[in-house]
Write a protein that binds this ligand. Sequence first.
Ligand code: PXL
Length: 279
Amino acid sequence: MKKVVTIQDISCFGKCSTTVALPVISAMGVECAVIPTAVLSTHTAGFHGFTFRDLTEDIPAVTDHWKREGLTFDGLYTGYLGSPEQAAMIEDFIDKIGPRCVFVDPAMADNGKLYTGFGPEIVDAMRHLCGRADVIVPNITESALMMGAEYREPGSYDGAYIRDLLIRLAENGAKTAAITGVRLKDRPGEQGIMAYSRESGQFTEYFHEHLPVSFHGTGDLFAAVMFAALILGKPLRDAMRIAASNVLNSIRATMDDPDYRYSVKFELCIPELIRMLED
Ligand code: PXL
């Protein structure tokens, strides 16, 4: 059985980050250890007055303990960080523990702006961490922020804008960069993921129907499924397709009960997710 670790926050209510990754990755048949970066009473998108316990100083302590125990991992998946300093600590984790595949979701921004609570330092920290990754899955806002490029609104750009961002992300060090939430001017009604692999020089894409609704936590769900699918040996495009299809299924299962903050009912779509892995 494959064994991975995910490093991201625990939001006690409002399914995202660890509370999505852990059940989904486990259900996919991959053992999932966790290192929480912070504990919040809720996520930060749409809730007010949330608590925030920063766990920055725990990360080196956990790393050193695991090193002494001789623990090894097939993969590491990082998401939302509690502070910019945690990025360097995670790079130290990579050096000391040596996970076979490093998958980074630089979860820090969307819709053209940083999440509540983050300042510009998080961008430099995430750019540096992304440079150490085998696979990164930024959205367009995160890609533009990290590369110092102009952010363009959904549906206002063409494939060349995304391909340029992808090549720059790969030049920053990631072996494979995949940009999520792509909505091209010449493909109305569709949304997709476009990827670029530095070693092969190849672009890969997967487009699907765009659903005109938005729920919190879908980026985290996408990342968790794509990561576990890669760990299970699925080729890049299959991992992108399975992850995107699972997000679409989960959104459809939530349409009757739409509150952006409450995330999607991914639990109802786990049986179908497992079936997709068998194809
Ligand atoms: O889904 C990304 C995310 C993760 N964790 C926390 C968040 C967010 C996005 O807002 O607030 C705490």
